[in-house]
Write a protein that binds this ligand. Sequence first.
Ligand SMILES: Nc1ncnc2c1ncn2[C@@H]1O[C@H](COP(=O)(O)OP(=O)(O)OP(=O)(O)O)[C@@H](O)[C@H]1O
Length: 299
Amino acid sequence: MSTPAAAGATEAAEAAPIAARARGLTKAYGTGETTVLALDSVDVDIARGRFTAVMGPSGSGKSTLMHCLAGLDSVSAGQVWLGRTEITGLKERELTRLRRDRVGFMFQSFNLLPTLDAAENITLPMDIAGRKPDQEWLKRVIDTLGLRDRLSHRPAQLSGGQQQRVACARALASRPELIFADEPTGNLDSRSGLEVLGFLREAVDELDQTVVMVTHDPGAAAHSDLVLFLGDGRIVDEMAEPSAEAVLERMKRFDTLLPDAAHGHISTPGHDGQLPHAHRPNEPFRDSRPPDTRRSDEG
Ligand SMILES: Nc1ncnc2c1ncn2[C@@H]1O[C@H](COP(=O)(O)OP(=O)(O)OP(=O)(O)O)[C@@H](O)[C@H]1O
């Protein structure tokens, strides 16, 4: 199903296993004087089998980047590939099929259907696609997430953490090439959030899945292999093997100076010296564990 343009990227994709790639990705909202440049010529490679976190101040373009990489939003300029398939230029029907077959999504709001029980919610995307779940895989996902005795419960009968675990299982059920998680722990208490992060980590380490997670939380980002930092619609930095402390320190730098290369000057961000969302009173993860123990208490 590759387009001719995607065929050109095939060799590169084979040389370096990437799950998603963007080149010159630009996204503008609105027109004329009200135009907002949400993404400004972003080049990014999402490595296969890795856990990538996307961080940055509020309005820096995190969600837009995720939506464009996932084919949920159109781009204004540039190219995006999912695996070897160039998705920019695909028709909506092709995009829908591609998302359904190859991408898993987890959102802060869970997006579970209230009339279906947990088991039905987990397999819904596959049912819609007319695909039979791999029962062995499904069993593993359900057991790892501790959902075995909750399968017949509807969302209203589940706690927030359990609902998010169902959403996590749904994202994983079809063994997608790439899982996008948008603030997956945002609505969870500390313990449930750690569980979900632990499972995403395990999905990468044990099940060879690829995860891209947008988060405001340095502690959550510390579960990733690589943090991409967005500022003003550009990737301004990255950090491998992050610790919560190092991510927090990097985020603090957004509070003082933001390079505004597009306009050739340094500007201050438009908020009041607070980390965007990172100082939320209910923020569950930051500094909660020493970096050297961050993977041992999960699973
Ligand atoms: N549908 C839209 N129409 C107009 N502007 C938009 C739209 N969606 C996003 N934007 C603007 O694009 C910029 C990037 O938004 P985006 O939601 O990607 O940022 P973010 O980093 O995810 O922010 P947050 O951390 O607050 O969720 C912002 O200036 C935002 O106001």
